[in-house]
Every structure is written in C-alpha cells, then in structure tokens.
Design a protein around this ligand. Structure first.
Ligand code: SAM
Length: 334
C-alpha cells in the first residue's frame, strides 16, 4: 500500500479513531440523552446503507484510521450489525486491519455476543449507570436492568476483554453508587469508568453547576479504595487509577472539568453520513451527498481531511459563547 500522510489537523493531532453511529434509534431513553417521547428520528432515506458505511470506513482506514468504534443510538438495533462488524474488521490500511469495538447498552448481547466475536469484534464498552432496578427504570425509562446485566455476562462468557463499563455520574440520581459500581466491576474483572455529564441532552437541561465533577467522583471512591494514578494515558479519554494497588483500574472521563481535547484523535460519522470533528462541533461535512453523487475515493478522502482541517482546538464548554450542538448525543454517536 502506498504511503499516505497521517490524518493530522492544524494543531498536529493525528486522527486514528473513527466513531461510527449505526443508527440514532435506541432501546432505552436515558434522561441525559433522549427525550421520553417525540424523538425527531433521522429520515430513513438519509441513513447510510451498509455499503455506504463500509465505503467511508474503508477510505478512512486507507487514510490512517486504525480504530473503529461502532455506536449510536444503540448500534445493536441495526439488523445487520454482525455483517457490518465483519466487513469493517476485514478492511486494510497502512497500519493493517482496524480494531473494531462497540459501545452498547448490552440489551441484545445475549443473542449477539458470540456472532459479534466470531465476526471480528475486538472489544465492548457497556453503559450501566446503576445497579438498582428502580433507578435503572427511572433513568432509562425502561425496566431492563436484568437484560443489561445478562448482556454483560454474555460478553464476558464469550471472552471479550477487557470489558469496560460506563456510567454517567448524576447528582442525586446515582452519585451515591460509585463505590458499589466499582465493586461490581472489580469483582468480575471489568473496568468501571465514570463519565462527567456533558451538555448533549435532547432537552438542553444540562447545568454546569449541578453536574458531578471528577473531583467529587474521586473523593467518593477514596472513601472506600486506595487510588493511585496509572501513567501513560496517551489519547485515551479516560484517566485511570489503580484500585487498591491494582491490577484493577477505575477510570474517569472528565470531559468538562479536565478536557482532553489537546490529545483528541477522534472523528465521528453520524448514521446519516455527516462527518463531525468533535462531539460539540457546530458544523458537519456532508459525506452522504458526496457518496450519492458518485464521488471517487480521493474526493471522500479530501473531504475527511477538510473536516479535520476545521477542527477547533477545544470544545469550549466553559466558554460563555458555548452553544450546545443541535443534534443530541443519540444522533451524533457517543
Ligand atoms: N446505546 C449505546 C450505549 O448505551 O452505550 C451507545 C450510544 S450512547 C449515546 C454512548 C455513551 O454516551 C453512553 O455511555 C452514554 O452514557 C453516553 N452519554 C449519552 N449522553 C451523555 C451526556 N449527556 N453526557 C455524557 N455521556 C453521555
């Protein structure tokens, strides 16, 4: 394969991680992400077909992407998700085949964990904000905690490792559960990660003064565990700590109070074919129209590079001029 220049932006950040939203539909309605009802779904005709998705992924991999994370919405709701994984895992770039991973609520993992593993899926990140059935029902507006737990067990039983569990910490909702969540994860050999809540909810109700900060999460954890920092974070969103000397670790994704934009290597493709250089970008690059107008690979590659050329140095959540993106998280791909 001929050498290509890395996918670098104006600030020298090299992009290797492509997050692809397979659908904006979800089987849960988490309060911090989606409204209870009246979700403005993306129109079916605008959704990328699997051939279109794989074509964009192929061009991105040929340009230097080495990691593909499938997300949504709920990516396992896409009927051909196993086929998508198989085709993406078979791509070839200058760095070889990409690592394909998935972020999911795990509800469909009891049925899909084994076929996904066989198709070449490398890892799963599973969202679980609480271990309490009533809280789960209130938070996700669905009584499905037992299904998420069964999905985690299924991922484990087919050998996915490491299994990373994600929880958005919320004041008065689950912030008293951080220790229990870490215990649950550590006892099973998983990694628990807490995410600071970001202004990406459909209702635009996020409040900087009410969100639970990394400092608060760590203070709660230190009431029960000895935490020591794990060095060598690289471009990972989560900062990690050893729990009681390790080897178990816990992570915090402090997107708001300790942003990691300076090392960001991520770019996002929405299910309707829009490329976003940041979760909080106010502009998108329309790859769908290019594809459907018959653009050659070189034109798609140039569009990807143009998108990255416009990437801002940071998300500016703390700037008084910050504006929440029009798309909620479920339609961007978290
Ligand atoms: N449905 C899948 C899942 O549940 O993991 C994938 C999509 S979901 C949008 C991806 C991740 O984004 C989840 O871990 C979720 O908790 C997180 N998320 C959604 N809205 C968020 C917000 N406002 N702030 C922080 N994280 C958020």
């Amino acid at each position: 394969m001929t050498a290509v220049a890395p996918l670098v932006d104006r600030f020298g950040r090299v992009h290797r991680d492509l997050r692809i939203s397979l659908t904006d539909r979800c089987s849960l309605r988490c309060t911090y992400c989606m409204p209870a009802e009246g979700v403005p779904w993306l129109a079916g005709s605008t959704m990328l077909s699997t051939d279109e998705l794989v074509r964009i992924a192929r061009v991105a991999v040929e340009q230097g992407v080495t990691e593909i994370r499938l997300t949504g919405g709920e990516p396992l709701l896409r009927p051909d998700v196993v086929d998508v994984v198989r085709r993406m895992a078979a791509l070839e770039g200058p760095g070889g085949a990409p690592e394909v991973s998935l972020t999911t609520n795990a509800l469909r993992l009891p049925a899909l964990a084994a076929p996904l593993r066989d198709a070449g899926l490398a890892r799963v990140n599973i969202s679980i904000d609480t271990l309490d059935r009533e809280r789960f029902r209130a938070l996700t507006r669905r009584d499905r905690l037992h299904d998420t737990l069964a999905g985690i067990a299924a991922a484990d039983s087919v050998g996915f490792a490491p299994i990373k569990l994600n929880a958005v910490a919320m004041r008065g909702v689950n912030d008293d559960e951080v220790v229990d969540l870490v215990r649950y994860a550590v006892e099973r050999g998983y990694q628990m990660r807490f995410i600071e809540q970001m202004p990406l909810d459909a209702g635009h109700t996020w409040d900087r003064t009410a969100m639970v900060t990394q400092a608060e999460i760590l203070a709660s954890l230190r009431t029960a565990f000895e935490l020591s920092e794990v060095p060598g974070r690289g471009s990972a969103p989560a900062e990690l700590w050893y729990v009681d000397g390790g080897p178990a670790t816990v992570g915090v994704i402090a997107s708001v109070t300790a942003p990691f934009c300076g090392t960001c290597d991520r770019v996002r493709l929405t299910a309707d074919g829009q490329l976003r250089s940041c979760l909080f970008a106010r502009t998108e690059t329309d790859l769908r129209t290019l594809l459907r107008e018959g653009a050659e690979d070189a034109v798609l590659a140039a569009a990807i590079r143009r998108c990255l050329a416009g990437k801002k140095p940071g998300h500016d959540i703390d700037d008084p001029t910050f504006l929440q993106p029009d798309r909620p998280m479920s339609a961007i791909g978290g």
